[in-house]
Design a protein around this ligand. Structure first.
Ligand SMILES: C[C@@](CO)(OP(=O)(O)O)[C@H](O)COP(=O)(O)OP(=O)(O)OC[C@H]1O[C@@H](n2ccc(N)nc2=O)[C@H](O)[C@@H]1O
Ligand SMILES: Nc1ncnc2c1ncn2[C@@H]1O[C@H](COP(=O)(O)OP(=O)(O)O)[C@@H](O)[C@H]1O
Length: 344
């Protein structure tokens, strides 16, 4: 394969993920936990545009979609406040996983050229939705396409696992078209899981970001950890009620101690009729399953109305925020077709 001309732009739409099941199997000596999790990619997506540049190095520009103001309003935060900054300020330097992924890619493959990219964020950060990991996996695949390196080059998986535990899942989702996968080890040992039905979810992101490392450090391991087998059995039936009743997330307890609004949001989701309501990953986003895509859209709109009523009453103190949380709410389905890379 040949590198594409420098004028080519690779465009793709990295999806978010939800952890339908997450159990902690044990603590490891390297500071990580052995986990058993089942993740599904959903159609809540960022947008990434990458072009090669003559000079080495990575230039990254980041913005929110549809705009910073609209996302801040949905979250009920002032974008200039400390809370707004902590939720909405996405790094555009080497702290961004896209930047790190492209630098590692260029080093590893000995490229003389660099990359210039534009990342439009929609997936909340620090939400347990894997947005940064998905962006990084897409960046590796776009860089490979532009540089004439096959998408199934085995070194890409190695680079992905070095960059973060969740990145191999997104690489597999985009490169080999799986929608759901079981992830074991620290998250990098993947087995695709066939979905027999589309899952329809409502996802709510409370206006708070949680650190993955902090949530793991506050977690505890059950005396009798349950592997994902029974959950995967339920998933294979395609019956959303049975799937919902086998879901669990061992990180929910430590996350809701740090962010009590998680419990409030889960309660309001349950009252609306969503099932299997739980935290995704290390949070703070919560989700529940709905019977159909239409049902999910209707419930998402009802939930959004509840939270916007809270915002219109002008509730702003921290205590009020906890008892009457605000959240960004989206109806999202499991993706049937992975994000392709278009060349412009
Ligand atoms: C919890 C999960 C569930 O899918 O997702 P998120 O909530 O982050 O989206 C993942 O395990 C997160 O994976 P990822 O976000 O890639 O984590 P990493 O960057 O590899 O690790 C961040 C930190 O989390 C802790 N960590 C991570 C993974 C793991 N299996 N055990 C851990 O103890 C470690 O302290 C590590 O330093
Ligand atoms: N491309 C990116 N998009 C969003 N956040 C990023 C990105 N790269 C690095 N970050 C940083 O990583 C943090 C967590 O990323 P995210 O994937 O949202 O976390 P998680 O899924 O673990 O909750 C963010 O708070 C942000 O500071």
């Amino acid at each position: 394969m040949q590198a594409l001309p420098l004028s080519s732009i690779a465009v793709t739409h990295p999806p978010a993920k939800l952890n339908l099941f997450l159990e902690l199997m044990g603590k490891r000596e390297d500071g990580y936990h052995d986990i058993d999790t089942v993740m599904v990619a959903i159609d809540w997506r960022d947008q990434l545009r990458i072009q090669q540049s003559e000079t080495p190095g990575v230039q990254l520009a980041v913005q929110w979609m549809p705009s910073l103001e609209i996302v801040a309003r949905e979250l009920g935060v002032d974008p200039d406040s400390d809370q707004g900054q902590s939720l909405l300020a996405i790094p555009d330097d080497s702290r961004n996983l896209v930047h790190r992924a492209l630098v590692r890619f260029a080093e590893h493959f000995g490229l003389a050229t660099g990359f210039s990219c534009h990342l439009a964020k929609s997936i909340p950060a620090g939400a347990g939705m894997g947005g940064a990991s998905s962006d990084a996996a897409s960046a590796l695949l776009c860089a490979a396409t532009l540089s004439g390196i096959p998408q199934d080059h085995p070194d890409l998986v190695v680079l992905a696992a070095e960059l973060g535990s969740d990145i191999p899942f997104f690489l597999g989702n985009a490169a080999t078209a799986w929608t759901a996968a079981r992830a074991q080890g620290r998250g990098e040992q993947l087995t695709p899981v066939a979905l027999t039905t589309q899952l329809n979810t409502v996802v709510a992101f409370p206006a708070t970001s949680l650190s993955t490392a902090k949530i793991y450090s506050e977690s505890s391991i059950s005396d009798t950890p349950q592997p994902a087998d029974a959950f995967i059995g339920a998933l294979k039936t395609g019956d959303w009620g049975s799937i919902a009743s086998h879901m669990c997330n061992r990180l929910q307890e430590p996350a809701s101690k740090i962010a009590p609004q998680i419990d409030e949001i889960l309660k309001s989701m349950w009252h609306l009729g969503l099932r299997g309501c739980q935290l995704t990953g290390s949070g703070s986003a919560c989700f529940g399953l709905a019977e159909s895509a239409i049902h999910a859209t209707r419930l998402a709109s009802q939930l959004r109305n509840q939270y916007s009523a809270v915002q219109q009453r002008g509730v702003r103190s921290d205590a009020d925020r906890q008892s009457l949380p605000t959240a960004r709410v989206v109806a999202a389905s499991s993706v049937l077709v992975p994000a392709s890379i278009q060349i412009e």
